[in-house]
Design a protein around this ligand. Structure first.
Ligand code: FDA
Length: 307
């Protein structure tokens, strides 16, 4: 219930304006977001790169403005040039949301998003790194996977996210378990109907394990994106059973979530990548994070009522 309410609020312009104007909110936002500028993102990437890998996400989504979509692509290209100049190409990749790159534009949206992401992939290749395409709500899954398939024809190391809460995902994992594929498996962060998604924790977790089995036994590179200690343990055991060396899969967690567990996993010589968002458009991302843990909501309400 609470999670659905927060996810509904993540799409409400009125809630957005209240939360963005609440100055006591900033410390909670800072826990999940690296800062508003490229300098902030690069500073955090350097800090983490001592023992972890990084995926940088320039915050923004759901644009219906073509010029803004093009600016987003250019901002990613500039970020990638900066990562290269800073010697971060081996440690840091980028994550992109196709809805920020024009996917939802009424005319030629998918074509525009494909071309913009292709330009980002070119810049990533020049910087010696990769791009992973985030997954948004289920109405975009087919379109996103089609764009990823097109990108992989020229940039085979382009990764994508699959969400275990969708009933279709075990089949998508099988489709994407071939050589060279990079799949980031997460539980899923949107409010999806029971017609397409598992809604209970045990069902979602069960699906996550089935998807992991497919990916670990496949020929691609699984990226295990969860903070759930039971699932990271299962992932490690499945990887060992499938004979995967430590550099043939990785764990991923979000900036600000279970940092101690991140360091512990990295300290055992396993690959751990941190997803680091930055930028001014933090509101929807932040609201999704609040919905994932009831304790976050308590901090949020305290900040809102003590303005
Ligand atoms: P679960 O929600 O069961 O949490 C397990 C434990 O982790 C909790 O008990 C708590 O201790 C801790 N935890 C989890 N979230 C927390 C939070 N926000 N604050 C504090 N503690 C928290 N989703 C999506 O739909 N599309 C996408 O593209 C992505 N991309 C993505 C990339 C990466 C690298 C990660 C790690 C996650 C995503 N997600 C995502 C989000 C994902 O779908 C999911 O909503 C969150 O990871 C929370 O699910 P967990 O697997 O962590 O399990």
């Amino acid at each position: 219930m609470l999670r659905s309410a927060l996810l509904a609020a993540s799409r409400s312009p009125r809630c957005r304006s209240v939360v963005e104007r609440t100055s006591t909110m900033r410390p909670i936002v800072d826990r999940f977001v690296a800062g508003s500028t490229v300098d902030d993102a690069v500073r955090v990437a350097h800090e983490l790169a001592g023992d972890r890998l990084v995926s940088l996400d320039r915050l923004g989504e759901d644009t219906l403005d073509r010029a803004q979509a093009e600016q987003t692509a250019e901002a990613y290209r500039a970020l990638l040039a900066r990562l290269d100049a800073e010697g971060l190409g081996a440690a840091a990749e980028v994550s992109v949301k196709l809805s920020a790159l024009g996917q939802a534009l009424p005319v030629d949206g998918e074509k525009i998003a494909l071309e913009s992401t292709r330009r980002i992939c070119e810049a990533a290749a020049a910087a010696g790194t990769t791009v992973t395409v985030d997954m948004e709500d289920h109405t975009t899954t087919d379109s996103t996977l089609e764009i990823v398939r097109a990108l992989r024809a020229d940039f085979p190391d382009t990764g994508t996210v699959l969400q275990a809460y969708l009933k279709r995902t075990a089949a998508d994992c099988a489709d994407f378990a071939g050589p060279g594929s990079r799949i980031r498996l997460c539980k899923g962060a949107y409010d999806e109907p029971a017609s397409v998604a598992y809604r209970g924790k045990s069902e979602v977790d069960g699906s996550y394990v089935r998807c992991l089995e497919v990916l670990m036994n496949g020929q691609g590179y699984p990226m295990v994106a969860t903070h759930d200690p039971r699932l990271t343990g299962i992932a490690e055991r499945l990887a060992a059973r499938a004979g995967r060396a430590r550099d043939r899969y990785e764990f991923q967690m979000l900036y600000g979530v279970r940092p101690q567990a991140q360091r512990e996993i990295a300290g055992r010589g396993l690959r751990m990548r941190v997803y680091v968002p930055y930028g001014a458009e933090w509101y929807p991302y932040f609201m999704r994070r609040l919905g994932e843990r009831p304790a976050n909501l308590a901090f949020f309400l305290r900040a809102l009522t003590h303005r």
